[in-house]
Ligand binder design. Structure first.
Ligand SMILES: NC(=O)c1ccc[n+]([C@@H]2O[C@H](COP(=O)([O-])OP(=O)(O)OC[C@H]3O[C@@H](n4cnc5c(N)ncnc54)[C@H](OP(=O)(O)O)[C@@H]3O)[C@@H](O)[C@H]2O)c1
Length: 260
């Protein structure tokens, strides 16, 4: 079992810390710019000497990882990793060469919910050191995560894909909610439809799983839907998503007249 330090105990840091404790690891300190109240571990100032630990996880916001890394005094020999899917591992280079990142491919809204959600979630492991990548993979596995290697150079594409898989799906549901609401139908009744669509995309591949009027080329149906979307106040996003669908299935020339 490993000793770990969390730097920046926010949503992701607390998720990893609580999951680590559940897995039998010891969280020896939470380093933060202001004291935090939790029974997980003692709170220490960000700029103090960090206690001995096998892993130091820098869980601060993406934009300040580089700045915070310069302020840290980690123990010798620790693996130091940030949790960002888009930030290069090189921002940790002021801290030596046992550096990397472990990005949970999961949405972590709070420590408690996030810790549970990490079990079964993917973990993108990035390091220029094979030994560090191996150590982070073993740690991720111990938390019940499914580690996979991600080259540093592929992070932008990976993170855009992860954002589309999460945020854009939820954005589509927000549009659906407005339209169903206009029809007096709760979104919750569409849950099996949503689940089946996501499941089919996983089994068949996304484009093969697409059905509906845009795939079929039913212009009259899409025109009526657009009118309904206008009345429901979501014409812009509905047309944008319809345009994306038509482009992806190669049906834009047919759909252009109702979606332009
Ligand atoms: N939440 C997720 O769903 C999720 C999923 C995967 C990966 N991640 C990654 O996890 C990392 C943290 O994200 P988060 O969602 O946990 O963010 P968060 O909840 O906002 O927590 C950010 C932490 O960073 C600290 N921090 C921010 N600016 C700082 C500064 N200038 N100096 C020192 N500490 C600072 C915050 O301290 P204060 O409380 O004092 O502001 C807080 O402890 C990011 O790299 C993110 O990409 C997040």
């Amino acid at each position: 079992m490993a000793r770990i330090v969390i730097v920046g105990p926010g949503r992701a840091g607390m998720s990893v810390g609580l999951a680590a404790r559940s897995a039998g690891h010891e969280v020896v300190a939470l380093a933060a710019r202001r004291p935090v109240e939790t029974d997980l571990a003692r709170s220490i100032p960000l700029t103090s000497s960090l206690p001995d630990a096998e892993f130091v996880f820098v869980a601060v916001s993406d934009d300040v990882i580089a700045e915070v890394a310069k302020q840290l005094h980690p123990p010798g020999g620790s693996v130091i990793a940030h949790l960002s899917g888009r930030t290069s591992v090189d921002v940790l280079s002021p801290l030596g060469n046992k550096i990397g990142s472990m990005h949970p491919l999961m949405t972590l809204p709070s420590g408690e919910i996030g810790a549970a959600a990490l079990v079964g979630a993917g973990a993108a492991i990035t390091s220029r050191s094979e030994a560090v990548a191996g150590a982070l993979s073993v740690f991720a596995t111990s938390l019940g995560m499914r580690p996979f290697r991600l080259p540093d150079e592929a992070k932008a594409a990976y993170h855009a894909g992860a954002t589309a898989a999460s945020n854009y799906v939820v954005a589509a549901l927000a549009v659906a909610e407005q339209l169903l609401d206009a029809a007096g139908v709760p979104l919750s009744i569409a849950e099996p439809l949503v689940t089946a669509s996501v499941s089919n995309a996983g089994r068949l591949g996304s484009l093969a799983a697409l059905t509906g009027p845009i795939v079929r080329g039913d212009i009259g149906t899409v025109r009526a839907q657009r009118d309904a979307a206008r009345k429901a106040g979501v014409e812009g996003p509905f047309v944008a998503m319809g345009t994306a669908t038509a482009l992806l299935v190669g049906n834009w020339e047919v759909m252009r007249e109702v979606l332009s």
